[in-house]
Write a protein that binds this ligand. Sequence first.
Ligand SMILES: C[S@@+](CC[C@H](N)C(=O)[O-])C[C@H]1O[C@@H](n2cnc3c(N)ncnc32)[C@H](O)[C@@H]1O
Length: 252
Amino acid sequence: MTFTVDAAAYDRFMGRYSVPLAPRLADFAAIAAGQRVLDVGCGPGALTAELVKRLGADAVSAVDPSEPFVAAAQQRYPGASVQRATAEQLPFADDSFDAALAQLVVHFMADPVAGLREMARVTRTHGVVAACVWDHAGGQGPLGVFWSAARELGSSVEDESQLAGAREGHLGQLLREAGLHRVEETVLSVDVEHPTFDEWWEPFTLGVGPAGAHVAGLDATRQAQLRERCRELLPPAPFVVTARAWAARGHT
Ligand SMILES: C[S@@+](CC[C@H](N)C(=O)[O-])C[C@H]1O[C@@H](n2cnc3c(N)ncnc32)[C@H](O)[C@@H]1O
């Protein structure tokens, strides 16, 4: 999955959920001052911001394959090192970091085990590799209502439920396959309040990620049907979306 949208669109669509998720993943990975940490698939920098806050920009490196996201993260965190790269081919020497984290990225990797193995390679012995992916399979991620409405209205919907790490236990399995030790799993959860239905819906029309691509592929009538079905399935505004992510951490 390529993300060639601008950072502001990403912020409105997914950043609203990934910003509050970041401190939860950083806590789970026990990120604390004095460490050097790598943010893999940083996007415009939801987790990067949390790492800079905890460690100082000098101690933070980040990579992402998306040009606009790398440009945005470089601009937002000038003291951090942000480069264009994929998880599967990290441009760092062995043992460069105390920890390597991937927030909402494993399910987009071309080869998740290779990506996690690379994260382990650049992490020092006994360091931490941690990742999280929304519970798309259980419908408990932030896009659960959207994909449920989309499936009702169309037979050939490719939702995100089959992707790597999106079902219970799968992230842990992938970490073990990548050679990590003492793997532990948990659920991370965020609550995000939406003041109006339109504030919730409009970012789906910005073309971000698989959901944005799905909307962009519908004609105006089908888009309107999907929008209305979502409105029926959601509680009246204001409403809170509780989004759950599977998380796993392991040691090198
Ligand atoms: C849902 S966004 C998550 C961004 C950010 N970590 C956050 O929490 O907001 C997924 C990110 O993974 C990146 N990505 C896709 N394939 C990747 C790969 N093979 N290696 C590293 N990052 C990848 C995308 O460019 C995108 O920025």
